[in-house]
Write a protein that binds this ligand. Structure first.
Ligand SMILES: [Zn+2]
Length: 951
């Protein structure tokens, strides 16, 4: 053995000593999977390469939000091709940036470009010649946005690469592009969700790369990274505008009116890559020019993928009916382009054919798509501007399909809700008006679908004539029904019958007024006289010291927060459960009152009332006398009911629907702002539940039998338990709580349920035949509602029908809820409330349970001379029942859910159980049913449980 070899052996031994607790090296690295560089241009030296910010090669791993932010900040000091604008801060305080990239000349000229775009959007102010000269000088404008779902990470990494490429490249093609184009990159639309997912990537990383898409590294865990801080899906929020990320972003997009908006997502890991254009159903208010352009862009993108041997497809599951995706921009004339890259985060994923697709390749797909789309825009920008201008002219012309269409929101005392609606509409540049005098019109359509002739629009309505620049968007979000083609319906019905599947990707009903539970009509003419610009009703409080009562109007949603926030500050608060008139002030049922006499120990009570009403922007009146004239309630009587402060817990975590948990949590913070605890559901069986008098169980399947027993005990001792959707399904199953059942378990006693229902219906009848009543001789001609029935169904008929009807349940449509207008749960609610319905538990309750909201609006129809049967229930002569309000509700489904409960309330021991069949706070936008939920939480402990006197 020579000495050289000896030395070598020595070195090998000395460096490879491994002790048993050393971390082993993996046998291979994921960064070696994909060797093609993403950034392959020639670049300026004075712009920092992204690899330096990241500490790894771009696309090799997921960049954390802070890394992206620090890169942007650094680049904005290094380059004159870039300007960054912080358009919002997330709930967790992370900045959201729009990155403007263009030639230095254009960057210095952004304000003028923006104002030209704005001028081009309003065809009432400029003519064709002026439009042409604007189009001639305008650069193309693109909005490129990524990773709105936080765990769909490749988009933001691709965006980071693209930003660098555009600001650092010395290539002539890039310089030419920047001379003729403003590129706005929104690299990170959901930083909180991405931060959550990036954290879980750190936490679940082991030594070796992991290509198994079932591992925690790939899936993350509850509530997952898709959503934002309050678990909202930000890609459903684009016109409901409930989240700060969306509010800031939409404001800036609407100011800029880009020609295209790219929205880079990811989908299932075993998929490939999908882009637009969408397939049917497509919302009818989208300009067909955009579908034409969608094909042009898809063709170019497809060619680029072909060249690189990358698989892709278009259409398939990508439909476009719901206007709350990023594609809301299409209704404003912007082409929306969707990317769906299969999800690789972060090493890569093993596929059925045995190959591993790497994360870096998925980032490369996003990057190439981005640059190809920009190139297509560069080539077609002028022609797209000309199409855009034609569209804008059409929207304001008297010949458009929208020209003779006016949306009217009827007057209401619910100022908080109406102002919220106005705020959302204005954010979309929609022009709002109001009428000071009544306006007579010929034909209107009510929300029930009923047509009414010679209608009077009452003074004080909100009026939106649809001959204005954003007409298609207005129609999309305010029309009562989105039109769906017959052949789409055929396909949907066939799919339901064959396999129980659906081609509807989202809800089929979404219009604003029904979401908000605001009464509205559509007029089929252009209403434009006697209008003034809409403005909010003034808040006029007179809070005088010598008043005996201070009161706020119970129709306003913020009256609930008024009660809640005062109670949290130890003020005793009452609510009037019947309409009253005190000192000439009319107070509807549900009005919240503070009595000086109830609160002898609170110094400065008057100031406290003032502060809270100011925070909530609601009017408070001062009342000098507690005397209600004639039959009306007086302040010492039983209609002035004492409330009890809610101490709230909400069950959460694994097993619960994170959207429902999140939106309910969000509502507590945004609609009440009072203290509450989210608790891990597993704690419910051993924690100290006596701290709470109100427990919310969001939709889910996370409660076991032991927890149910504990909750039952807690309810009996005076608790208010509130459950939603799937948890309601569980509570109404065999091992549940209370006596409410689901429809399919009641067919053996249908007659009893119908008997109770008829009692309820007849209790609303207002006419009595006095002569007949006062006859002394026994009347042998009395008719009993159930005896006249033809065609009552047997138990086995009902079962078969139910099985068939259950195939056709809706997937997010509005049905009419009729309310018990004497029940405290319906304070602030009109007689008919649109209820968002899907495959929900169908609730059945006997008369000893309250059913404050039932499905079906009773409509008088004197042509109906006989009572009629609907499944288990029956309808007296002289009545029709409206069930469907908006969206796809098959007639079989209408029959199935007719007369069932949407909301029930049952006393158990000293407490109560309140069951919502659905999710009352859906997307933070169903303000109609949200009010029922707020009533349950804030008024439940005082009005629905046994009063307790603490010794
Ligand atoms: Zn997505």
């Amino acid at each position: 053995m020579n000495t050289k070899l000896l030395t070598l052996l020595f070195i090998i031994f000395s460096t490879s000593v491994l002790v048993s607790d050393d971390l082993m090296n993996p046998t291979s690295y994921s960064k070696d999977l994909y060797q093609i560089p993403i950034l392959d241009g020639t670049y300026k030296d004075d712009i920092t390469h992204p690899d330096e910010f990241l500490g790894f090669g771009i696309g090799e791993r997921v960049a954390a939000p802070w890394q992206i932010t620090s890169a942007l900040k650094q680049w904005s000091t290094q380059s004159d091709r870039i300007k960054i604008i912080e358009y919002a801060k997330s709930h967790e305080g992370r900045p959201l940036h729009a990155v403007f990239i263009s030639s230095p000349d254009n960057i210095n000229n952004l304000d003028e470009i923006k104002s030209d775009l704005s001028a081009l959007s309003d065809a009432r102010n400029i003519n064709d010649r002026q439009a042409k000269s604007i189009i001639d000088k305008l650069p193309a404008v693109a909005w490129m946005a990524y990773s709105i779902h936080g765990n769909e990470t490749s988009g933001a990494d691709g965006a980071l690469a693209a930003i660098y490429h555009l600001i650092a490249s010395t290539d002539d093609d890039v310089l030419n592009m920047l001379n003729n184009m403003v590129i706005i990159v929104d690299p990170l639309m959901n930083p909180d969700g991405r931060a959550r997912f990036a954290k879980s990537l750190e936490q679940y990383r082991g030594t070796a790369p992991n290509y198994d898409d079932q591992s925690l590294l790939h899936t993350g865990d509850w509530p997952y990274g898709r959503t934002n801080h309050y678990y909202f899906d930000l890609n459903r929020d684009w016109f409901y505008l409930t989240q700060p990320e969306t509010k800031g972003r939409v404001k800036l997009i609407n100011e800029w009116r880009p020609q295209i908006l790219v929205d880079g997502h990811e989908m299932g890991p075993q998929d490939t890559f999908m882009t637009g254009p969408p397939r049917e159903p497509i919302n009818k208010n989208i300009d067909t020019d955009l579908i034409k352009w969608g094909n042009v862009f898809a063709q170019d993108q497809g060619n680029a993928f072909d060249e690189r041997n990358w698989r892709f497809y278009t259409g398939e599951w990508h439909e476009d009916l719901y206007p709350g995706y990023s594609f809301y921009v299409q209704f404003r004339g912007t082409l929306g382009i969707l990317y769906e890259q299969s999800r690789m985060a972060e090493d890569g994923v093993r596929r059925p054919e045995g190959t591993i697709q790497s994360y870096k390749e998925s980032v490369h797909h996003q990057y190439v798509s981005t640059l190809v789309n920009l190139e297509s825009l560069l080539n077609n920008s002028k022609e797209m501007y000309r199409d855009y201008w034609d569209g804008r002219k059409y929207n304001v012309s008297k010949d458009s399909e929208y020209a003779n269409q006016t949306f009217v929101v009827l007057p209401t005392d619910n100022n908080t809700r109406l102002n919220t609606l106005a705020n959302k509409l204005k954010a979309q540049d929609i022009e709002l008006f109001q009428n000071t005098k009544d306006i007579k019109v010929e034909n209107v359509t009510l929300q029930s679908g009923q047509l009414v002739t010679n209608y009077t629009i009452p003074a004080g309505s909100m009026i939106i004539p649809n001959r204005q620049p954003e007409a298609p968007l207005i129609a999309a979000i305010l029309e009562f029904d989105a039109d769906i083609d017959s052949d789409v319906l055929v396909e949907e019905r066939q799919k339901s019958l064959k396999s129980g599947s659906s081609i509807m990707y989202d809800t089929t009903a979404f219009n604003f007024t029904m979401m908000y539970g605001l009464d509205a009509v559509t007029v089929d003419e252009h209403v434009d006289s006697n209008l003034e610009t809409w403005k909010p009703s003034p808040v006029a409080s007179e809070i005088t010291e010598d008043a005996v009562i201070w009161a706020t109007n119970g129709e306003d949603d913020n009256s609930v927060a008024f009660a809640a926030r005062l109670m949290e500050q130890n003020v005793e608060v009452r609510i009037i459960d019947k309409e009253s008139t005190l000192s000439d002030h009319t107070l509807p049922r549900g009005s919240v009152v503070v009595l000086q006499m109830d609160n002898p120990d609170i110094i400065n009570l008057q100031n406290l009332v003032k502060t809270v009403s100011n925070e909530l922007n609601i009017s408070v009146v001062s009342i000098e006398s507690g005397f209600g004239p004639e039959e009306l309630p007086d302040w010492g009587g039983r209609h002035f009911r004492l409330l009890e402060r809610p101490h709230i817990a909400m069950l959460s975590h694994e097993g619960f629907n994170s959207y429902d948990v999140g939106v309910s949590w969000w509502s507590l913070d945004h609609h009440l702002g009072i203290r509450h605890s989210l608790i891990n559901a597993s704690l419910a069986s051993y924690g100290d539940l006596r701290r709470y008098n109100t427990i919310i169980i969001p939709s889910g399947r996370a409660i076991d039998d032991y927890t149910i027993d504990t909750l039952l005990e807690w309810v009996s001792q005076g608790g208010t338990l509130i459950a939603h959707n799937r948890s309601t399904r569980f509570l109404t199953s065999e091992n549940g709580i209370g006596s409410v059942k689901q429809l399919q378990n009641t067919f053996d006693e249908s007659e009893n349920y119908n008997f109770d229902l008829l009692r309820e219906i007849y209790s609303q009848y207002e006419n009595v035949d006095k002569d007949k009543t006062n006859k002394n001789i026994v009347d042998f001609g009395i008719s009993y509602p159930w005896e006249e029935l033809d065609g009552a169904l047997s138990e086995s008929d009902l079962k078969s029908r139910d099985k068939w009807q259950s195939i056709f349940m809706p997937s997010g449509s509005f049905v009419a809820g009729r309310i018990d207008n004497e029940h405290w749960l319906t304070f602030g609610t009109p007689n008919t409330i649109p209820v968002l319905y899907s495959n929900l538990p169908i609730l059945m309750a006997r008369s000893y349970v309250d059913t404050p909201v039932r499905i079906g609006q009773m409509v008088t129809n004197n042509e109906i001379e006989e009572p009629r049967v609907i499944n288990w229930s029956s309808l007296p002569a002289g009545n029709d029942l409206n069930v469907r309000m908006s969206g796809l509700v098959w007639p079989e489904a209408s029959q199935r859910i007719a007369n069932s409960g949407y909301l029930t309330r049952e006393r158990i021991g000293d407490g109560q159980v309140i069951l919502f069949s659905g999710e009352p706070n859906f997307r933070g936008a169903t303000l109609g049913t949200n009010r029922l939920w707020l009533n349950a939480i804030v008024y439940g402990p005082g009005l629905g449980t046994r009063d307790r006197i603490t010794p």
